[in-house]
Design a protein around this ligand. Structure first.
Ligand SMILES: Nc1ncnc2c1ncn2[C@@H]1O[C@H](COP(=O)(O)OP(=O)(O)OP(=O)(O)O)[C@@H](O)[C@H]1O
Length: 477
């Protein structure tokens, strides 16, 4: 979400045409019509489906993953899938039947596949790794995915590699993005918000306990595993993730090239095993739920004890990356930062989840950054008068400009709002109407191109994007 905001990659590569999830939710039907029309026109021609999709502005980010190709175009879909299959390594197609396209990212395409022997569905994320940026994003993603095993983190099943491409076989999430569901439900309360946040916090706390910082948490990267009401939520997209200085594997995973397929299974005991992955999971795959704790926290606030475990993680990262609207002040300032940047992003997500609007938003990137640095946001307008004070306190505890003042993931899980609301069974205020209205309002504004939407974030150390000057190395936000 973010007004045509541009994701800032660790290197200077910038994702073009990044479109907000609000547009995806509200504007998709319109785009879908345009896409259908365009596909009709090029029926029988050699025009590539992807060029149609791209020129129509319907990207993987925009299109809800369930809506893959236009309906009523089955013949054409068949041709396109056939054409698309040709891009797959024969080792992959020998094992998996490519069914349909789910979406595409900056360096990737994600398809729905079926394992030929077990008929189990999976997703395959195919990443182009010939260019440096693609390889780096892939290295990062694979480095994390190889190490993780948790119910709320997307699970890697196996990997195939060639010099040009890496194919990651992942568990398939069919439940759509977090906000698809908020919109689709027609009814959304604080209890619903806390349940989504609980699952996200469990996944993020697990990552932090391994020394992994996601660095690009936002609603588009939170996918429901299945369409049912009891579905778990998965944290996905580790292209910007970092191990900081605490790489449990003793170094960044290289993707390698030209090798054969490789089982994964690291730490999860499931390497190369295709059977039973989606269905056979048990809570907390590795049996651990130790989350990070920051020293000096969790003592003075009721209900915010951290449950113990986990020492202070003091690794530092300095690279500016992420999606501007979700960037923590210390990232904006290019100060060394920690996994607490994810907690800031979760504060932004909680704010959006409860209101359908963004805490920090501005067409002008410098003004946006200025608001972030000041921690300036408000609880004015609908539906905030109907939102509980505890919910607002939760957000305030995450959107602290000083990273050490923010709750950690485990502390956030113990915040009284999360604990009481998620357990509540009484009916609560339906926030859906206000949320939808705010999302729609944003979407209509987002259709006006922003002057800052394609600008790049300079990467020099100490550069202050607000003043456009260089700051002293350790200047506090
Ligand atoms: N395991 C999965 N199951 C179902 N859908 C998925 C899965 N992984 C990714 N997707 C969907 O595939 C699409 C492309 O995802 P991908 O991670 O490649 O790119 P992105 O996150 O949209 O963009 P970028 O990587 O540039 O940030 C998205 O719509 C995403 O929701």
């Amino acid at each position: 979400m973010g007004c045509g905001s541009t994701k800032v990659l660790p290197e200077s590569s910038v994702k073009n045409g990044y479109v907000s999830f609000v547009k995806s939710v509200v504007g998709y039907s319109h785009k879908r019509k345009e896409l259908d029309d365009e596909l009709q026109k090029c029926k029988g021609t050699q025009k590539d489906f992807w060029s149609v999709v791209q020129s129509s502005g319907v990207t993987g980010t925009q299109a809800p993953s369930r809506v893959l190709l236009p309906t009523g175009q089955d013949g054409q879909r068949h041709n396109k899938v056939a054409k698309y299959k040709a891009k797959f390594d024969p080792r992959v197609t020998a094992r998996y039947d490519i069914k349909a396209l789910i979406g595409r990212g900056s360096f990737s395409r994600v398809v729905r596949v079926e394992h030929r022997a077990t008929r189990q569905p999976f997703a395959i994320k195919m990443m182009e790794v010939e260019a440096r940026e693609g390889r780096e994003v892939c290295d990062s993603e694979l480095g994390v995915l190889r190490r993780v095993s948790h119910l709320n983190v997307v699970q890697l099943v196996e990997v195939f590699q060639s010099p040009q491409r890496v194919y990651m076989v992942l568990e398939l999430a069919t439940g759509g993005e977090l906000f698809d569901r908020v919109i689709a439900k027609g009814h959304f309360t604080e209890r619903d918000a806390t349940r989504a946040l609980q699952m996200t916090l469990a996944g993020v706390g697990y990552l932090h306990s391994l020394g992994i910082t996601h660095r690009d948490l936002k609603p588009e990267n939170l996918l429901y595993y299945h369409p049912g009401a009891d579905s778990r939520l998965l944290v996905t997209d580790f292209g910007l993730a970092s191990f900081g200085n605490r790489d449990p594997g003793g170094g960044k995973d290289g993707v390698g090239s030209g090798s054969g397929d490789s089982g994964v299974g690291r730490g999860s005991g499931r390497g190369g095993s295709l059977g039973g992955v989606p269905g056979g999971k048990v809570a907390n795959r590795d049996g651990k739920e130790s989350c990070d704790r920051r020293d000096g926290k969790g003592s003075g606030r009721d209900g915010r004890g951290d449950g113990g475990g986990g020492g202070r993680r003091d690794w530092s990262m300095t690279t500016t990356c992420g999606t501007p609207e979700y960037m923590a002040p210390e990232v904006v300032l290019r100060l060394p930062y920690s996994c607490q940047v994810d907690m800031w992003a979760l504060g932004v997500i909680a704010y959006i989840l409860l209101s359908g609007s963004m805490p920090f938003e501005d067409d002008s990137r410098p003004r946006l950054y200025r608001a972030i640095l000041r921690g300036r946001y408000s609880f004015h307008g609908e539906p905030w008068p109907s939102v509980s004070n505890l919910a607002k306190d939760f957000i305030e505890c995450l959107l602290g400009v000083d990273p050490s003042s923010r709750l950690t993931a485990i502390q956030a899980l113990h915040h009284p709002w999360v604990v009481t609301m998620s357990a509540s069974s009484s009916s609560m205020t339906n926030l859906h109407r206000s949320i939808s209205q705010n999302l729609r309002r944003r979407a209509s504004r987002a259709s006006v191109p922003s002057s800052s939407s394609s600008s790049r974030c300079p990467r020099e150390p100490g550069y202050d994007p607000v003043s456009k000057t260089h700051l002293p190395a350790q200047q506090a936000p």
